[in-house]
Each structure stands twice: as structure tokens, then as C-alpha cells.
Write a protein that binds this ligand. Structure first.
Ligand SMILES: [Zn+2]
Length: 144
């Protein structure tokens, strides 16, 4: 995968915005060379959302080089989630707002936004996680 000068600038801006610190040219060389997720080993060809190549960094380091891994979209959000959210002890999903509902045998997303309760059920846990992150993006973009 080769990026144009502008695509690269855009990529670097994204890293900067997310709090990545260090030598971006050096990171880019690793980013470019990496073909599979460092954690789950899925092929990273950007063909679908789960195959999007992400630069993972240590959120607790804010003053020096904090690059960690090249991850797929799923491994990256799972990792961010572990660091930034407090998860209830009885919640076995590992994700805030997502829990397993034994009554209807599905994964439940539950959250309150602007006094409105949102409850969604999914058979597949990944779908519930995707819904959660789409909703977060909408909130960030002030679409909700
Ligand atoms: Zn992965």
C-alpha cells in the first residue's frame, strides 16, 4: 500500500489528533510494512472495516514516544475500551454499556442519551460493539 503525499499528511494528522507522539516518519515505515494485525493476525487490506489498519499507542504516555502496535480495527477499539472505560464487575462483555441478556440469549446495548433510553439487542457481540462505536461517533459529530 502506497500513500500519496496528501494521504500521508492526512494520516499523520489523524495520529496527532488521537494523541500519538514521536517520530511519525519512523512509525510510518512500520505502518507501511505491517500486513497483519499484531494481535489477532488478521490481514490488513482496508477492504472492510474489520481489516482497517490502525496505529495503536499507549494512552498513559503523553510526553514521549508512545507507539505500541499496528492493530486491526477490532483489536484497536477493544484495547481503547479497556483503558478508558470503567466496566461494571457483573458485566462479562468487557465493554461499557454492553452486557449479555440471558432472557433472550443476546447481547444488549443500553445507554441513556439526553434523557432518552436506548436499548438494542444483538445476537452477535461484535454487532453490539459496532453499534456502540457508531453511536459514539454520532455523539462526537453532534449528530445526536
Ligand atoms: Zn486484530
Amino acid at each position: 500500500m502506497n500513500h500519496t503525499k496528501y494521504e500521508r499528511k492526512y494520516l499523520f494528522q489523524g495520529w496527532h489528533k488521537r494523541g500519538v507522539i514521536g517520530d511519525f516518519e519512523k512509525y510510518y515505515e512500520i505502518y507501511k510494512k505491517t500486513t497483519h494485525c499484531d494481535k489477532c493476525k488478521i490481514l490488513l487490506d482496508n477492504s472492510i472495516q474489520l481489516r482497517i489498519k490502525c496505529l495503536d499507542h499507549d494512552h498513559s504516555i503523553t510526553t514521549k514516544e508512545n507507539f505500541r502496535n499496528i492493530l486491526c480495527w477490532k483489536c484497536n477499539i477493544e484495547d481503547q475500551n479497556r483503558q478508558s472505560c470503567k466496566i461494571r464487575k457483573d458485566n462479562k462483555s468487557g465493554f461499557k454499556n454492553i452486557s449479555f441478556n440471558f432472557q433472550n440469549n443476546s447481547w444488549c446495548f443500553r445507554r441513556q442519551i439526553n434523557k432518552k433510553k436506548i436499548v438494542k439487542y444483538y445476537k452477535n457481540k461484535t454487532h453490539a460493539i459496532c453499534y456502540k462505536y457508531i453511536l459514539l461517533l454520532k455523539i462526537k459529530s453532534k449528530l445526536i
